[in-house]
Design a protein around this ligand. Sequence first.
Ligand SMILES: C[S@@+](CC[C@H](N)C(=O)[O-])C[C@H]1O[C@@H](n2cnc3c(N)ncnc32)[C@H](O)[C@@H]1O
Length: 398
Amino acid sequence: MITYSEIKNDLNLNIDKLLEDDGIAYLTHYWQNHKNGVCKYYKSNAKNYLINEVLNKVEEPLQTYLPFKYDIPFPPVENPKFKFIDLFAGIGGIRLAYQNLGGKCVFSSEWNKFAKKTYEANFGEIPFGDITKIEAREIPDHDILLAGFPCQPFSIAGVSKKKSLGRQHGFLDKTQGTLFFDVARIIEHKKPKAFMLENVKNLVSHDKGNTFKVIKSTLKELGYSVHYKVLNGSHFVPQNRERIIITGFREDIYYDKENFHFPELPERKTVFKDVLDKKVDDKYTLSDNLWTYLQAYKEKHRKKGNGFGFGMTDLNGISRTLSARYYKDGSEILIPQKGKNPRRLTPRECARLQGFPKSFKIPVSDTQGYKQFGNSVTVPLIQAVANKVVNLLSLANE
Ligand SMILES: C[S@@+](CC[C@H](N)C(=O)[O-])C[C@H]1O[C@@H](n2cnc3c(N)ncnc32)[C@H](O)[C@@H]1O
């Protein structure tokens, strides 16, 4: 059977040059979904793309290479148990967890071209771009909607003014102009059985609690039960990483059968040194200049009586939270070294600190790699929650 890489070669598809072209997003989505009936959403655009841009004159261009063998780390699941969509997909940390449980991703969206590159290298699919430009009806039906959306304030001022216009759904007014609005409009149109949303812990206190209040009321208004909990990735990886997870289930199909509980989390089995490589390039060791600067900065704040500044990590303990700005100086997670300045983590070590498997590919620069893993999720934590969500799906069918 021909492989995915061979087809890309054969068709002269230079992925690096096509990352911002939705034509290739249609084609890769079509290929991923050719067996499950979802491909109808993508067929026409994928076909046009293939015919006009790639093949010119072939009878059944879309079928020409199907089925093929995906020679990538995380190929689509054969005989999937459920379908899901991956919004604000980043590098697919949430997708990985749900795919591990037998789910088939039928739509993905992410607008950052470097994140798309990592996504394609691992999943063989290029996410569609800006979600605000995508009509909900263009998105295939699915059982679960997944989104780690950016946290933005809702403008309270806009609400009362627009409310007077007597719109049918309050949420349209309350959330317009934010990315949560896009999550809500897709839920409203596609009515998935369940959703799982992920965000920073501060979502609850953001904008004096208004942001979270609007999110909860919107989801309820759309006809879903809403559950949420702050969970720490430190139960699975040696990193302190608290995130809020929100789940919800369609009330009209679950009625009183829904009994969702967040999972009991296990005791962590690893310590920080377990994610470290034995031999690491000297380029990850801090320069004398940077190290002097970081020490002076910390000292300045110590004198003022606060604890700002670098974090030297206890090798037998856990690290601080890996953030998307780790690429700047690495100061939040430093590693002590004997006889040398401390060093920062490598992108591969960041992947481990987030619980990504070793087969996960990192096809981007160190800077992009740090941003991507800092923005991503602790995969095993998401999978523990996913397990509970997926278990409930069967109840909806009874
Ligand atoms: C917190 S990250 C989610 C990371 C993801 N959960 C993962 O595992 O990698 C949010 C992502 O949303 C993307 N994003 C922001 N606005 C977007 C938009 N309008 N359309 C598509 N993606 C967007 C960002 O580029 C970023 O990668």
